[in-house]
Design a protein around this ligand. Structure first.
Ligand SMILES: NC(=O)c1ccc[n+]([C@@H]2O[C@H](COP(=O)([O-])OP(=O)(O)OC[C@H]3O[C@@H](n4cnc5c(N)ncnc54)[C@H](O)[C@@H]3O)[C@@H](O)[C@H]2O)c1
Length: 349
């Protein structure tokens, strides 16, 4: 029998493939099963990877802990909750992709089930592990610059994604709940918890029609304001997630991690590549040294952290509660866009 923590991947599309690649790079962890409702895909990937493949989810969950210790759930957002609940009932630790679920009620059921089963439930907020973000967060926390009063990020995504993401009932909404999920937790990582959200969306029914464009203004508990601007209406293949921070004594520009990875900026490419830039006197931009990293390795670190938590070597920084807090801010943005008024996080629960 092979050693190592046994991880199964459920959902073998783009992100499942990413995680299978990542699992192979984590010491003491191995891919032990692959699962997808698409039978052809499940058996092809199983043969490629040399592990058991399942297209019958009930059969996989019956096999449960005989086959794997934990699973990474990479299925369309609408199916996160049911898949996670089944995995937990089968005795498996779970890392679920973002967004944790499509409603806060679902998050509550998932957290309660994990608590009852005494299993790890974590959400893959992989950009929390992206080193440039961590370095800037540490710079702020250590007083290296004054606390920013402005956080701004682009979410520019050329053309609709296609597939299940274009069906609001499967996605849970549109651009904001899907790729937007990363922008909300990154804002919280750098600026702290959100108090109130005011959003303009291009639809008054994002949960059923899917937002394609929006402006979300967040007021933070510790002061300061954040803006996420999101749009699908850019040339095809564009993807940009640039972050800008402004404090009284510095301006910081963090090139988008995914844009850097994909090389698809919505601004002219910066000469500095992935370097974080800082301007402390209004006139001179210089490189802020941060550890080298990229989007793909942040996904690997997310799974590595999950494995460490299963083995009791770490406490989750991306727990179910963290996933729920992020969805609460998103839910406030959707409610605000629908009702055209500011919404407090307290109001959505
Ligand atoms: N962290 C990130 O940066 C990131 C990037 C991309 C996707 N994601 C997330 O990963 C998840 C999957 O996205 P994707 O881009 O890989 O989608 P995808 O369409 O490429 O793949 C989804 C796969 O899930 C399978 N599937 C559908 N329903 C299923 C079910 N009930 N049980 C088992 N398999 C099922 C499909 O057959 C398909 O193979 C989503 O939650 C998405 O938000 C995260």
């Amino acid at each position: 029998m092979q050693d190592g923590l046994r991880i199964g991947v459920i959902g073998l599309g783009a992100q499942g493939v990413q995680h299978m690649w990542g699992i192979g790079r984590i010491e003491g962890v191995r891919l032990a099963a692959v699962v997808d409702v698409d039978a052809e895909r499940a058996s092809r990937v199983a043969a490629e990877k040399g592990v058991p493949g399942f297209s019958d989810l009930d059969a996989f969950f019956r096999a449960g802990t005989e086959v794997v210790d934990g699973v990474v759930v990479c299925v369309p957002n609408k199916h996160h909750c049911e898949t996670v609940l089944q995995a937990l009932s089968a005795g498996l630790h779970v890392l679920v992709e973002k967004p944790m679920a499509v409603s806060l009620a679902e998050c509550d059921r998932m957290i309660a089930a994990a608590d009852a089963a005494e299993l790890r439930l974590m959400v893959s907020h992989n950009l929390l592990f992206y080193e440039p973000h961590r370095a800037v967060r540490d710079l702020i926390a250590s007083g290296g610059i004054r606390r920013p009063h402005l956080y701004r990020t682009r979410l520019t995504c050329g053309n609709m994604y296609g597939g299940w993401r274009d069906r609001a009932e499967l996605c849970g909404g549109g651009l904001l709940i899907d790729s937007g999920a990363h922008r909300f937790y990154t804002a919280r990582q750098l600026m702290g918890e959100v108090k109130t959200v005011t959003a303009w969306l291009d639809t008054d029914d994002p949960r059923r029609r899917g937002d394609e464009m929006g402006f979300v203004i967040m007021e933070f508990e510790q002061g300061g304001v954040g803006l996420i601007d999101s749009t699908f209406h850019a040339p095809g293949e564009t993807f940009d997630d640039l972050v800008e921070l402004v404090s009284r004594d510095a301006m910081i520009w963090i090139p988008g991690s995914e844009a850097e990875y994909l090389k698809t900026w919505s601004h002219p490419p910066v000469a500095s590549g992935a370097e974080v830039m800082i301007n402390r006197d209004g006139s001179r931009w210089e490189v802020l040294p941060t550890p080298r990293d990229d989007w793909a390795s942040s996904c690997v670190k997310s799974v590595a952290h999950f494995a460490d938590c299963i083995r009791g070597r770490a406490e989750p920084i991306t727990s179910g509660h963290e996933g729920r807090r992020n969805l609460a801010v998103l839910s406030a943005a959707y409610l605000s866009g629908m009702e055209r008024r500011p919404v407090s996080i307290e109001e959505v629960g």
